[in-house]
Structures are given as structure tokens and as C-alpha cells.
Ligand binder design. Sequence first.
Ligand SMILES: Cc1cc2nc3c(=O)[nH]c(=O)nc-3n(C[C@H](O)[C@H](O)[C@H](O)COP(=O)(O)OP(=O)(O)OC[C@H]3O[C@@H](n4cnc5c(N)ncnc54)[C@H](O)[C@@H]3O)c2cc1C
Ligand code: SF4
Length: 496
Amino acid sequence: MADPKGFMTTPRREWPRRPIEERVRDWREVYVPGGLPPIIAKQADRCMNCGVPFCHQACPLGNLIPDWNDLVSREDWRAASDRLHATNNFPEFTGRLCPAPCEAGCVLAINQPAVTIKNVECAIADRAWEEGFVPPQPPEWLSGRSVAVIGSGPTGLAAAQQLTRAGHTVVVYERDDRLGGLMRYGIPEFKMEKHHLERRLEQMRAEGTKFRTSVVVGQDVGAAELRTRHDAVVIATGATAWRELPVPGRELSGIHQAMEYLPAANRVCEGDFEDSPLSAAGRHVVIIGGGDTGADCLGTAIRQGAASVTQLDIYPQPGTERDEETEPWPTYPKVYRLSPAHEEAGALRMAPAADADARLFAASTFRFTGDAEGRVREVHLMEVDAQRRPLPGTERALRADLVLLALGFSGPSQEDGLIAQLGLELTPRGTLARDRSFATNVPGVFAAGDAARGQSLIVWAIAEGRAVAAAVDHYLTGAPSRLPSPIGPDDRPLRV
Ligand SMILES: Cc1cc2nc3c(=O)[nH]c(=O)nc-3n(C[C@H](O)[C@H](O)[C@H](O)COP(=O)(O)OP(=O)(O)OC[C@H]3O[C@@H](n4cnc5c(N)ncnc54)[C@H](O)[C@@H]3O)c2cc1C
Ligand code: SF4
């Protein structure tokens, strides 16, 4: 740290966001372009370079955070990029999208606002690309072994990059027409512009990773056949089986899953359609589900020109301070957070019937009603207590002509036949079962990411990809792998 008193003299400042009126009229990222470099060295200087850096413990990638904070405060960007990429294949993704458990675990956060670790990460990653610090790293020799990676989300991409760089011939099979998994068709452009993804994919192609899009493994190519074609298979197919809301009226038209709605909007940004076939323009929208997927639907509906948008969360509104009993530092607490989409919804008064940020908390939907043509017209809800028991006398109805279900995902999809064809065992939760070395019950077949862990985060997906790559490398070579393995299959976020 260039200034040992930085944490006492410099207040926390985050990457400024563009004015709301401006940013909801386009799909660009919400942050002020060029707003980070002028402030970031001083922000990195707030790091205390702790003897026991809890930020590092809180990150599943084991990011070397105090090291790169120090290097940024001294403006040594090349060394900062080397340290950052030593533990993270895709810091430009996590620097934009991660909820930053590292900041919840920052020692400064005990009695002050945490170091802006995520912003520092993003600044390094962007600078690294601008300055050409991240050229492709093709392997110096080839092992003669081949690996099929099924799924091109952050897990599959991280696994593929690690294994390619280790000298194995890697083919990534993806059922969609474009690569990236949920980062491509789930996460909206205003959270991460897709050119960041394209740039990484270009680097991976130059390193030798091969990609096959529009191939559904299990249908277009048999899973067992793929097993015989390759020396090992990594299943990184995500947890795409969405949860349903089986209440009366669910069959009405105008009620869609978030992952039907968001991909259509993302395809407009990709240039596939002029307008989304599922647009919220001029419609009264109700989003059911209080998580990040719901917030992505909210920001998307605002940009499409919805007449109103309300988001329902079955949980009570969390407090603004962490509960020291149940979620003490350095765990990641459930506190009230205002995402950019909620900030926009509040400022634009998008939900007259809801709280200031368009959310109704402790709200449970028990019925939909529609018109004579079978189109949804109202969402009926009740308040619930902390145990989710409905409170009598609290029934109300919200006007709705578009309802979006954002209730989470239960595990990997079974519709493609992949799991049955290989005879893979599942856990009682419906995720892919695996042993301590990420191996499934079928020899040579490994499982990683949301498909095995359950619905999680990009930072965990990258950690899974790196760890499964080390396990596959060991399996293929029969020798201890030199690839890093940041997590075990049963590791979980810090808890009490
Ligand atoms: C709307 C939304 C927003 C999110 N926002 C964030 C966020 O801001 N920050 C964050 O950290 N996390 C976020 N997440 C979670 C994060 O995106 C996931 O945890 C992460 O993408 C999981 O990575 P994965 O590679 O395991 O799976 P996925 O990203 O789901 O990728 C799996 C891939 O496998 C492909 N596939 C599946 N079956 C087959 C088959 N049979 N053949 C070929 N290909 C197949 C799929 O098409 C997909 O491309 C979000 C999730 C959603 C749904
Ligand atoms: S815990 Fe916070 S202050 Fe300490 S090293 Fe990590 S980022 Fe710096």
C-alpha cells in the first residue's frame, strides 16, 4: 500500500452510475464509461494489507486481493494483471457481475465501508485488455488426449481454458447458437456488455479450444458416443430446470418464465429480432421472485417501456445492517440491497402499488385471473409471516398483463436425455452426484458448476471449472496435476 493511512483518509467511492433517465433509454452498462480509472488507485490504497486477509478467504477463487490492491495503488498494472489472472480466468466477468463476498469479508468492513475490491478487479481486467497484457497462451506441447466439455457457461469455459493451456485438446459442445451460458442469454446487456464475452472467446480460440454450437448433447450427438470419442467428458450443463408456480390460473397466456423472457430480450441486443416477441412495452408487469433474476427482469422491463412493474418477494424486507447473531462478519449477510434496476424503478415510480423500489416484500401469490380470451389480467396475493404462512385479511390484487416467474432453478434439465444416456447418478436434490475428485459414477465423466453444485454464482462456477480441470488433468496424465484446484466439490460459502 502506497499510503498506510489510506483507509483513514480516503472515503469509499464506487464506480459512478450514469443518470437514470439516460441509462434506461439504452442497453449499455449502467456505469459511467471511463469513471473508474480516475478514482481507483486511491480506493485500492484503502486496503490495509491485512496479515490475515479475510477477503481472500471469502472468495472461492482465493483471489490474491491484498497483492493486487497494493499493485494498483502503486499503478503497476502489468503485475496486478498477472496476480489477478493467476487465480481467475475471467475477472472482467466477476468484476462486473459478482456480488462480492470478498467485500463482505473485508476486515475494514467491521467498522467502515469495505475496500471496493470488485471495482479494483474490474479496473485491472479492463486495463489488462487495453494494454495487451493478456495475449493468448497456447500450450507449448500437446498431450494427445482429448476432452469434451458440455456447456459453455463460466464453468465450462474456465475448465476448457485450463485444460487447453495444459496441452489437452478440448472441444466445447453448446446447445445454444451462441456461447456463454447464462452470461449470454440470461444476464442482460446493461449488467455486462457481451463484447467482454466475445473478447475472451477470441482468446480461447487462439489458444486452441474448439467450439461446437447448436449441438444438444443427448439429442444431436449421443452422450455415450461422445464418451467414446473423447478421453474424458466434463458435464457443465448448468441448473436450467426452472421452478414452477402451480396455482390456479397458471395456464393463462401472458405468464412466462424469466428464462423465456430474458433470452428474447438479449437476442434483440444480439440483433436477432427488431423487437422482443415477449416485450413488456406498454404492459403492466408483475415479477414473482425477489432474487437477482427478478431484478434482471425488472431492469429489462423498464428499458422495454413497461407501463408499470412490481416485483414480489416472499421473504420479509431485510434490515440495512447485518444480524450479528446469525450472519456475523465475515459471512455474506442478507441485508437490504438496492440494485441499479431497483434504483431505476424507484426513481421512475414504476410500481404505484409497491414500496419505493418497486418491491412488495412478504408477498405470496395464490391465484391468477384472466379475461374471456384467456389472458392474464390480475395477480392475487396475500401477505405472509416469517414462516410464509398467509395472514388472513391481507388479500389484494395487482393489475398484470405480463407475469414473469423468477423462482429459481431446481437442477440440471433432464429433457435432453444426457443424464439417462450416461446413466448418471443424481443427489437427493436432483443435482449430479460426484465424488471428492469431481468424478461421476461413470468412469471418465466429471461434473461441475451449477449442474452439480446447484444454482450458484459466476465466481463459484469459475472456481468449479478450475477445480474440475485439475481433476481431469490428473485423471488423464495419472500424475498430480500442476493446475490449481481452488475448491472441493463440497465447499460452500462462509457460514456461522
Ligand atoms: C438471469 C440470471 C442472472 C444471473 N446473474 C448473476 C450475476 O449477476 N452474478 C452472478 O455471480 N451470478 C448470476 N447468475 C448465476 C450464474 O449465471 C450461474 O451461477 C452460472 O452461469 C453457472 O454457470 P454454469 O457454467 O455452471 O452454467 P450455465 O451458465 O447455466 O451454462 C450451462 C450451459 O450448458 C448448456 N447446455 C445445457 N445442456 C446442454 C446439452 N445437453 N448439450 C449442450 N449444451 C448444454 C446450456 O445451454 C448453457 O449454455 C444469474 C443467473 C440467472 C439465471
Ligand atoms: S480484508 Fe480488506 S483491508 Fe484486509 S487485505 Fe483484504 S481488502 Fe485489504
